[in-house]
Ligand binder design. Structure first.
Ligand code: BTN
Length: 246
């Protein structure tokens, strides 16, 4: 899978995810839509994704499970795409000398700061994922984040800059390796090893019960729910049911 990515660079797009979704039928499996500048970068929960033009990676990978030997992915296993994407970012960053972890469900953190965010948008056909647009923003060379208080970048973490073009080629190599783990146990195992705050007593906000508590992340279920233990009681959470208090 390593050499089949087709990287398409645009100087400016509203959002690489939006562009990929608009033309999903025209893009082949493993097309990578990359923009030097996004005018309306989209984040989770309808938020904006801010990124200084030309300094960072903002791109979307089009996946068409079932094409080119890529295994089909059932809707039940959709969280595996979060695992693949998150771990690809973590291993890409590790090559650049940055030790990062996966803040479930969609963020990549360096210590207590966010370096990357992921927005996956799937189209379904019955019980299977027909296509997936995996949108990833990775802060590379930006050192000043006026809109954000907890952001960091490769440059801030290591002191070194990297060209966005070279970085994307490197990222795709890591993504190619990681996606080959789909369907194997080592995908979940490696994901668990990289989980932010796992095994440590930390404070969380439970949005279902409307309370804060000190708990320990134990892992993530196969279907992608976060497992947190408070004393002897273990609970699992879906997206948006729990918040981290950092
Ligand atoms: C988040 O942390 O809220 C997710 C951010 C995802 C941002 C990336 S940048 C490339 C792609 N295009 C978008 O509009 N969003 C994603």
């Amino acid at each position: 899978m390593e050499n089949k990515f087709n990287i398409i660079w645009y100087n400016e797009l509203d959002s690489t995810n939006s562009e990929a979704l608009r033309h999903i039928d025209d893009f082949d499996n493993l097309s990578v839509i990359a923009a030097r500048c996004q005018s309306k970068g989209r984040g989770q929960r309808g938020n904006r994704w801010f990124s200084a033009p030309g300094e960072n990676l903002t791109f979307s990978i089009v996946l068409k499970p079932g094409a080119d030997g890529l295994r089909k992915i059932s809707v039940r296993d959709y969280f595996d795409l979060n695992r693949v994407s998150s771990l690809s970012v973590v291993s890409f960053l590790s090559i650049l000398g940055v030790d990062a972890s996966v803040k479930w469900p969609n963020d990549i953190y360096v210590k207590n700061r966010k370096i990357s965010g992921i927005l996956i948008e799937n189209s379904l056909a019955g019980e299977e994922i027909a296509s997936s647009v995996i949108g990833i923003g990775i802060n590379l060379n930006q050192t000043d984040f006026p809109e954000l208080s907890n952001a960091t970048s490769v440059r801030l973490a290591t002191g070194s800059s990297i060209s966005v073009e070279d970085a994307l080629v490197l990222f795709c190599k890591e993504f190619g390796k990681t996606i080959s783990l789909l369907g194997s146990n080592s995908l979940s195992e490696t994901y668990e090893e990289k989980l932010f705050q796992k095994g440590r007593l930390c404070r969380y906000s439970d949005y279902i019960r409307d309370r804060e508590y000190d708990g320990i992340i134990k892992g993530v279920t196969e279907s992608g729910r976060l497992i947190v233990k408070e004393g002897e009681e273990e609970r699992t959470y879906a997206f948006k049911e729990i918040g981290y208090i950092l």
